[in-house]
Write a protein that binds this ligand. Structure first.
Ligand code: FES
Ligand code: FE2
Length: 425
């Protein structure tokens, strides 16, 4: 899988001259001070995907999202008009966390007619209005109309629910997503409702795990097990067929023969038996809708996978008839919470269900190979900066998205610093 043509400039990286070609620093992934800046500069400014519309099927459906880096918890709810709204998860009486079940810091979901605070029983409607105050007569000049839940900006695109924690978002969600991402509109995400969800608390900076999923350069070395031992050729490498950048967002597409067209010895017996594996079910039900223009933007043939990374912390991998979603939620400068979700069209037969189960289990195995390495990367990077005096790292053309991601993070942090101090850093 090599030999895919590169842009006229000679490399994907040089096609985007702002990126430069020099070594890059990962100090942004080991510095507690930098993490403090990311709170405001990125996670309180960018639109953040917190869920899918299918999680809110009816009036009163809600879920909560813990966004620790922004020091908040958000309630997302479908109100009586069908509007999806978001609020800070804070009771306006004495500041208790409003929606939670057994443990205050765990995310919850459900359906309700109103939100009732566990502490003194104040009640809020699905539109956030304060509807009931226990012993209201005991209060002084309490204006219920101005004591509703504090709203969070919330918009939905293609069924993805986004929030923005800025007081006044600088861009609408569509503006923020830009033409490369919004060109995916029309892809039938809404049909892929059979979900397999995984989450993990990883000991690395959030960006380092995103890096492991935005280049395929590591695949022959780290994921040697993707093919049986007899046919492994790690020295062959792996080359992506297309890379594209648009504002803070990125995509890469892979190409190559479909796995099931390879010779039988390239497959594990379970793949041959179940017709499913690392790249999902071999035969997803045909989609009878035209694919949107944003899919396979490089017009790669034969097309494999599109891997879209929406800044800052979401990744959507589209495999024609199903998709994978990753989110990386920072919890400290060297830890994060990872969410992975595999979304298939609902199984119509037992065989299809087995295909989905096999694909999701195989995914978990390969994700564990990436995750298992992370602690090593994090601890070594920390010692590199603290003691070894290694501060810069070479990044190849196949890793252009890693380069772009860290540059984008640095640009957003610089912009924030400049606004705060009036001087560009
Ligand atoms: S803190 Fe919520 S009702 Fe008192
Ligand atoms: Fe990997």
């Amino acid at each position: 899988m090599s030999g895919w043509p590169k842009p006229a400039e000679g490399s994907w990286t040089q096609h985007y001259p702002d990126l430069g070609t020099g070594p890059i620093s990962f100090e942004d992934s080991v510095s507690p001070e930098f993490y403090e800046l990311e709170r405001e500069a990125i996670f309180r400014r960018a639109w953040l995907n917190v869920g899918r519309i299918e999680q809110l099927p009816r009036t009163g459906s809600y879920f909560t999202k813990e966004i620790r880096i922004a020091r908040t918890s958000v309630i997302v709810v479908r109100d009586g008009d069908g509007t999806v709204r978001a609020f800070h998860n804070i009771c306006r009486h004495r500041g208790n966390k409003l929606v939670w079940n057994d443990f205050p810091n765990e995310e919850v979901s459900g359906t309700c007619r109103q939100f009732t605070c566990k502490y003194h029983g104040w009640r809020y409607g699905l539109d956030g209005a304060l509807n009931f105050v226990q012993q209201e007569g005991e209060f002084f000049d309490l204006d219920k109309d101005s004591t509703g839940l504090a709203p969070v900006h919330c918009e939905v695109w293609a069924g993805f629910v986004f929030v923005n924690l800025d007081r006044e978002p600088r861009q609408t969600l569509r503006e923020f997503l830009g033409p490369m991402i919004t060109a995916l509109e029309g892809y039938p995400f809404d049909r892929m409702t059979e979900w397999y969800e995984f989450s993990a608390d990883n000991r690395s900076n959030w960006k380092l795990f995103a890096d492991a999923f935005q280049e395929y350069y590591h695949v022959p070395a780290l994921h040697t097990q993707q093919v049986p031992a007899a046919v492994r050729r790690p020295e062959n490498g792996f080359t992506c067929a297309h890379f594209q950048l648009d504002g803070p967002h990125r995509v890469t597409s892979t190409a190559g023969p479909r796995r099931w067209t390879l010779a039988p010895e390239y497959m594990y017996p379970i793949e041959r038996v179940t017709r499913s594996g690392l790249v999902g079910p071999w035969q997803s039900p045909e989609l009878d809708v035209a694919m949107p223009p944003g899919l396979n933007p490089g017009k790669v043939e034969p097309w494999g996978i599109d891997n879209f990374q929406i800044f800052p912390n979401i990744e959507i991998l589209i495999y024609r008839g199903w998709y994978l979603l990753y989110r990386y939620w920072p919890t400290s400068h060297n830890t994060h919470h990872f969410e992975g979700m595999l979304c298939y069209q609902p199984a119509r037969t037992v065989r299809e269900r087995v295909e989905h189960e096999v694909s999701s289990v195989v995914f978990k195995e390969f994700a564990l190979q990436d995750a298992g390495m992370l602690t090593g990367t994090q601890t070594a990077l920390e010692s590199a900066y603290a003691t070894a005096g290694i501060t810069e790292y070479p990044v190849g053309d196949q890793e252009i998205l890693v380069r772009h991601f860290h540059k984008t993070v640095a640009d957003w942090v610089d912009a924030y610093r400049a606004e705060r101090t009036g001087v560009r850093a």
